[in-house]
Design a protein. Structure first.
Length: 190
């Protein structure tokens, strides 16, 4: 079984935020597989289904971003899913909007959701699907990071978002069917 976890913050006020793009990709995967994240377990919303002939657990932690590990770690342990069979989908400031990048391991890169997973689960050998949201513009961009990730996409970005979410879902499906190397070769291009 594979586990795909999309990161985000629960609550209507965060639904459109850049930080919730991981949730939105999991929603797209559910739509494609005709699944629903209605079951609640491990402080998250879960769904089981088939992707590319493989049994998959889709997970959306409801612990808030900074505590994502308290959802993912118990789910992975309970279902005995090895790190190599886990894909975490999250927003990435260091990539321009619209760029996708899959990778294996590599620390948190300053992402609090990844930091929580690494700290609570104690595993690093899982795949990540990083979705570029770009950095905030203007003076002192480091000070503006929180406002940037917790704000909605711009009008132009909103128009491009459906295609981005679709490509990200395709990348996750490719990871399930063909493995990380194939997904990286196909989706890590500009």
């Amino acid at each position: 079984m594979k586990l795909i976890c999309g990161l985000g913050n629960p609550g209507r006020e965060y639904t459109q935020d850049r930080h919730n793009v991981g949730f939105r990709v999991v929603d797209e995967l559910c739509r494609r597989a005709r699944l629903s994240l209605q079951q609640e377990k491990f402080e998250g919303r879960i769904a089981f289904g088939q992707v590319g002939g493989e049994r998959v657990l889709l997970l959306a932690p409801q612990t808030f971003m900074n505590h994502s590990g308290y959802c993912l770690a118990p789910a992975a342990r309970f279902y005995k899913v090895e790190p190599a069979d886990v894909l975490v989908i999250h927003d990435e400031l260091d990539l321009p909007f619209g760029r996708l990048q899959l990778k294996l391991g590599g620390g948190s890169g300053g992402h609090n959701g990844l930091h929580s997973i690494l700290e609570v689960w104690g595993e690093d050998g899982f795949a990540r699907l990083r979705i570029g949201i770009g950095k905030p513009l203007g003076p002192n961009p480091k000070e503006r990071v929180v406002g940037h990730v917790l704000s909605p996409f711009s009008g132009e970005e909103q128009q491009a978002l459906p295609e981005l979410l679709s490509r990200a879902a395709e990348a996750a499906e490719c990871w399930v069917r063909e493995g990380l190397a194939a997904a990286m070769n196909r989706y890590n291009r500009r």
